[in-house]
Design a protein around this ligand. Sequence first.
Ligand code: AMP
Ligand code: MN
Ligand code: MN
Ligand code: MN
Length: 290
Amino acid sequence: MIPIPDLHTHSTASDGTLSPGALIERAARAGLTTLALTDHDTTAGVEEAAAAAAGRGLTLVPGVEVSVTWNARTIHVVGLKVDPVNPELAQGLARLRAFRDWRAKEIGRRLARHGIHGAYEGARARSGGQLIGRTHFARFLVEQRLAADTSDVFKRFLTTGKPGHVAGDWASLEEAVSWIRTAGGQAVIAHPARYRLTRTKLLQLIGEFREHGGCGIEVVTSSHSRDEIFTFARHAREQRLLASAGSDYHGPEQPWLMLGRLPPLPDGCVPIWRDWSSCAVLDDAARATC
Ligand code: AMP
Ligand code: MN
Ligand code: MN
Ligand code: MN
């Protein structure tokens, strides 16, 4: 049986640990036939991934995961089938990476005030010269034995109220969706359960997202429980959004998360990969067929 497409993965172009080529190699071995590379705030890995995919008969969907500040929270919006060199998208992402550079230095300064020195340099060394994310800080702090594992680092140092926390100043929701659409892509709300929004806030997010031209939501993703998969399948149907599926794979260091193992979308969802040519938000006719 061919696994369903995996439309959310990371490489060393952001905070993944496999190069784009190695990621494709592993995806092909796992039996995947369609994979999207969706690095945080960059499309730098897409060219290498596309070349590797062509050699393996795998369809590479060029993508990106855009960091967004919405109502003082960080939300992630995945762009699928984007033109990776579209100037408007490229300019927008460059602004987010400039903020990342400043933020990384600021996290370093804050950790230094807390008695942890060399964190910026450590994170930068672990980023391989590409953009710096909090995951790179986490890897450094774990190696320094200042925390047990990555999630321990986030809990103790990097989240709100903790010594290395720096508030996000990312794209607006409107900007993120507009960059993705201008680049010919489809915008998808990533891992919606992770934001722990109330029902009212979630419906507000989906409403604004749709108004700006967003058309999809991740229903199946590794951080969703079985119940959450069904909850978000219902939201997708009721809010007329296309359903996406993506592992959010970051590399083999997370052995519990394997490529090619996503469960199927629940019945009644319209998969975003059913018709790539249409970003039309679902109309009644499309709903009737699902
Ligand atoms: P950034 O975009 O640099 O702020 O970092 C966000 C990334 O950090 C996410 O994409 C995850 O890869 C990782 N991350 C966020 N929260 C956690 C957590 N609690 N445990 C492990 N990794 C996390
Ligand atoms: Mn990440
Ligand atoms: Mn994310
Ligand atoms: Mn991700």
